[in-house]
Design a protein around this ligand. Sequence first.
Ligand SMILES: Cc1cc2nc3c(=O)[nH]c(=O)nc-3n(C[C@H](O)[C@H](O)[C@H](O)COP(=O)(O)OP(=O)(O)OC[C@H]3O[C@@H](n4cnc5c(N)ncnc54)[C@H](O)[C@@H]3O)c2cc1C
Length: 371
Amino acid sequence: MSDFLIIGGGVIGMMTALQLADAGQQVTLVERGECGKEASWAGGGIVSPLYPWRYDAAISQLSRWSEGVYPSLALRLLEETGIDPEYRQKGLLYLNVDDAGKALEWARQLGKPLERVAADFVHAKEPGVAMAGDSALWMPTLGSVRNPRLAKALKARLAAMPQVTLREQCDVSGFIHEAGKREGSVEGVMTSQGALKAGRIVVCGGAWAAQLLAQLDVHLPVRPVKGQMIAYQATKGLLQRVVLKDGRYIIPRADGLLLVGSTLEEAGFDKTTDEAALASLKQSAEAILPALKRCPVANQWAGLRPGSPEGIPFIGALHEWPNVFVNAGHYRNGLVLAPASTHLLVDQLLGREPLIAPAPYQPNPERLTQA
Ligand SMILES: Cc1cc2nc3c(=O)[nH]c(=O)nc-3n(C[C@H](O)[C@H](O)[C@H](O)COP(=O)(O)OP(=O)(O)OC[C@H]3O[C@@H](n4cnc5c(N)ncnc54)[C@H](O)[C@@H]3O)c2cc1C
């Protein structure tokens, strides 16, 4: 029996497991498919909310902390596993921002580098980009990570740690607790590989977290929000930095792939891709970088974001089931929020002084009934 049983092997579940194992705890991580192949694989990997000044302070607090941690986390994983999560800090160009004044004031208050730049600056940084209007915003410190490799590195690290048991292809179908009870202690979970017991259970099921918790009669307002993306096979160096215009972005990878995202669709748990999304993403991308008209689209895919009210994740113990914890609902920002959000949860699991005040994220009855 492990001290901790984590359900879900996305970035949230894997970073939780890593921090618990770092602290010397015995951890079992249960994933119904392969670790890191759902939203954590499908995402774009921008290490910031897209327009950070438009977000609630609860999200900014987590993202600021995480952004500071990513460089050392990526380096640690590279050194320990040989897998490079490709964290790159090359900045972001915002085109066509209609609330630039608000953005600049937000940056001034936080001491965050963000400046208004003219067309010749944009042209010097990214000669292929078609300017929209005569100025843009430039955030030089923005980073991005190659999330499928981040997930691969996390899994490799966990697999090498003796205090971690990884169980893939292991579907959790229910919780073990005294029959008829609607609150109290949970002893473990039922899975496709049999019953697993643990002192504390941590639900990191992403878009599926609500389905899991419904079995404890807890109604978590987390729903799947489908996002489709495409990737162009371009020549290396065609674009160096992330560029964002009207909510659509292009993210360069080190090998020349250019990722374009993303759609926002309420389609339940459907992950199919379609021609309409392909055409719309191509149109957005080629308006930003016209040379893409001559590049082939190498791939199209979809993932399910764990959508939550205001995009604020639920982090902490359940009121009715105090040894069951949740960390889910990171919506569009789970990759950037993961280091801070998992740190905050692990603080609570181990009774440490929390990184930041946990109140805005608690899955208490008031927040659960708000939606
Ligand atoms: C198109 C798109 C673009 C995005 N871009 C960005 C971005 O640029 N930056 C950013 O920060 N975020 C981005 N995101 C959001 C980010 O990817 C998610 O918020 C994050 O990956 C959520 O991580 P997670 O671990 O909670 O969920 P997931 O990665 O979905 O992991 C949940 C895991 O739980 C497992 N599971 C579920 N039910 C069970 C069960 N019953 N038994 C066992 N296992 C179970 C699933 O199989 C899954 O592996 C994007 C998302 C999408 C879809």
